[in-house]
Design a protein around this ligand. Structure first.
Ligand SMILES: [Zn+2]
Length: 181
């Protein structure tokens, strides 16, 4: 009580302290930023990590960070007690409201837990030129984090189509991780 954040032990800070601070501090500028600036952060970080650590490592870092973000998003913005179809409807609304993208479920297999999602107007890649590779590794982690938080099973997700591979939507295959795999 009363010991302002400058005295807090930074080891104890969590994502919540950065994402949902007790006041915005942006009384005039407000809570939004242009997509260009979001991408400037994302892609400059991507380049820097790839240059320092190599591409494989950069991809794993983006997936790992996305997973943390997806778990956080699920815990703070979603009702995880809903049934699957209501959960997905809620997720779609939230992703649109937050301007992350427009999510659709293409396939679900209740038996295996496999799912296929598409995301159009994705904040990370919609409109990018053909790069010949999928770039939404952060989203792969994000979806995996969301599904893991909701199902309590260890999900992973892989992007199979992307604006950057010449498609109009990003398509993700999600599956429960095989312990042996
Ligand atoms: Zn993509």
């Amino acid at each position: 009580m009363g010991n302002g954040h400058i005295f807090s032990d930074k080891e104890n800070f969590s994502l919540s302290d950065y994402v949902k601070p007790h006041k915005s501090g942006r009384e005039n500028l407000g809570p939004e930023l242009p997509v260009a600036i979001y991408r400037l952060l994302e892609y400059s970080l991507r380049e820097e990590l790839a240059q320092r650590l190599g591409k494989e490592e950069q991809i794993e870092i983006f997936r790992g960070a996305g997973f943390r973000a997806g778990t956080f998003f699920a815990d703070h913005y979603l009702d995880l007690t809903l049934e699957f179809s209501d959960f997905i409807a809620q997720l779609q609304r939230k992703l649109e409201e937050m301007k992350i993208g427009v999510l659709r479920v293409e396939e679900t297999d209740e038996r295996t837990g496999k799912m296929v999602f598409t995301m159009s107007e994705d904040a990370d890649c919609a409109g990018l030129p053909m790069l010949g590779e999928t770039v939404c590794n952060y989203d792969e982690g994000f979806l995996a984090g969301l599904l893991t938080a909701y199902t309590k099973r260890p999900y992973s997700a892989v992007e199979v189509n992307c604006w950057a591979t010449g498609d109009r939507v990003c398509r993700f295959q999600a599956a429960v991780q095989n312990k042996e795999g």
